[in-house]
Design a protein around this ligand. Structure first.
Ligand code: NAD
Length: 368
């Protein structure tokens, strides 16, 4: 296929090759209609450049929607470095990557994603200012899992509002998949609110730690296996681990009334949004619920401030309610509603931006 067909939806795709450091990376800018492109940099031993290109095109497009949904002034972009994060990382490689980012002159901002850490970007930051999400000691906003978990809590409140007519979290049961950086914080908050939990994690330490906390609070907590979590008799399923977990097999097993969690790309395929709807399960689109981390890094434009970030994260509650309302009014799935909502926002903003860009000063007004 013609390369321009492959990248037809994207504004710009940059292949970064540096023989001296072994850097092979691709930066994809899907859209800068809402602002400079923003998206993390993933490092993965892709089997081929084609596989890396496919991933970066898909992920950068997703960022355009995520930024639009979170109403931050950024567009969608993403970078991938082809390599094994456990073997191929060097300071020089990340400096070289930073130079390529800098060459885009502010069109692309990036930071950590799967396979990269804030420490890697300390090297890239020597070459470019377009790095977000750095550790606090380097002037960044630090751990993004705090606002992400907060956003999940607002997502659950909005979901309960639709299901039960009240946003209270207590007195309900939740099945949480994954007690990592985000899932653990969500679980703690739900226990504090008096909820009952089913939890699953392949890491027993996380389960034991939560058990100890729940024991002290006298709260209801049951650990189940990674397979059983889909069949848990809970009100809401809260996926906070893997992508692709909403598929033919798992949806068949779900007994919950709703799904709302932080995991990225929860629907294996778009059609699974329809399958959930047919089963009467309310699905909270993942990229709306998990936008807390994005809101935090986008907020670095104004210099880090945790309270402001948490205040902005609250908007996830109303954004999700809008999507639920729109989906019900139009008779479409919640994921379709979320996508349409984002497309409309991008269109409206672009129209406004181009309106102003056409208000050029008349020539006679220019002083010479
Ligand atoms: P994490 O790596 O800290 O936690 C993931 C947890 O899931 C780990 O405890 C792991 O042991 C567990 N896990 C893995 N496989 C499992 C399985 N089969 N069954 C049950 N548990 C399993 O990651 P995180 O930062 O907490 O992120 C969780 C999800 O949220 C990911 O999908 C991530 O992409 C997404 N997300 C995170 C952020 C953030 O700010 N951290 C932002 C947006 C989206």
């Amino acid at each position: 296929m013609d390369m321009f067909d492959t990248i037809r939806e994207h504004e710009q795709v940059v292949f970064c090759n540096d023989e001296a450091t072994g850097l092979k990376a691709i930066i994809a800018i899907h859209s800068t209609r809402l602002g400079p492109a923003l998206g993390g940099c993933r490092m993965f031993p892709y089997p081929s450049a084609d596989a890396a290109l496919e991933d970066v095109l898909r992920l950068s497009k997703g960022m355009t929607y995520k930024c639009a949904a979170a109403d931050v002034d950024f567009g969608g972009g993403k970078a991938v470095i082809i390599g094994d994060p456990s073997k191929d990382k060097t300071p020089e490689l990340f400096r070289a990557f930073g130079q390529f980012v800098e060459s885009l002159n502010g069109r692309f901002y990036t930071g950590t994603d799967m396979g990269t850490t804030p420490e890697d970007f300390v090297h890239a930051m020597k070459e470019t200012n377009c790095i977000v999400g750095a550790d606090e000691e380097y002037g960044g906003s630090g751990d993004s899992s705090v606002p992400t978990a907060q956003g999940v809590i607002y997502g659950l409140k909005a979901t309960n509002q639709v299901l039960y007519g009240t946003s209270d979290l207590g007195g309900r049961s939740y099945s949480i998949q994954g007690l990592g950086k985000v899932g653990f914080k969500v679980a703690e908050k739900l226990l504090e609110e008096g909820a009952d939990l089913y939890v699953a994690d392949i890491n027993e330490e996380a389960i034991n730690e939560l058990m100890a906390k729940a024991g002290k609070m006298g709260a209801g907590l049951k650990a189940v296996s990674s397979e059983e979590i889909y069949r848990a008799d809970a009100d809401v399923f809260v996926p906070c681990a893997l992508g692709g977990i909403l598929n033919d097999e798992s949806i068949e097993q779900l007994r919950v009334r709703a799904v709302a969690g932080s995991a990225n790309n929860q629907l294996l395929e778009f059609r699974h949004g329809g399958m959930l709807q047919q089963k009467g399960i309310l699905y909270a689109p993942d990229y709306i619920v998990n936008a807390g981390g994005l809101i935090q890094v986008a907020d670095e434009l104004y210099s880090p401030n945790k309270e402001r970030v948490l205040r902005k994260t609250k908007a996830i509650y109303s954004a999700l309610l809008n999507v639920y309302d729109y989906s019900a009014a139009e008779g479409i799935t919640t994921i379709e509603a979320a996508n349409q909502f984002c497309e409309q926002r991008i269109e409206a903003r672009t129209r406004r931006n181009s309106f102003f860009s056409h208000m050029k000063r008349p020539k006679w007004a220019v002083r010479t």
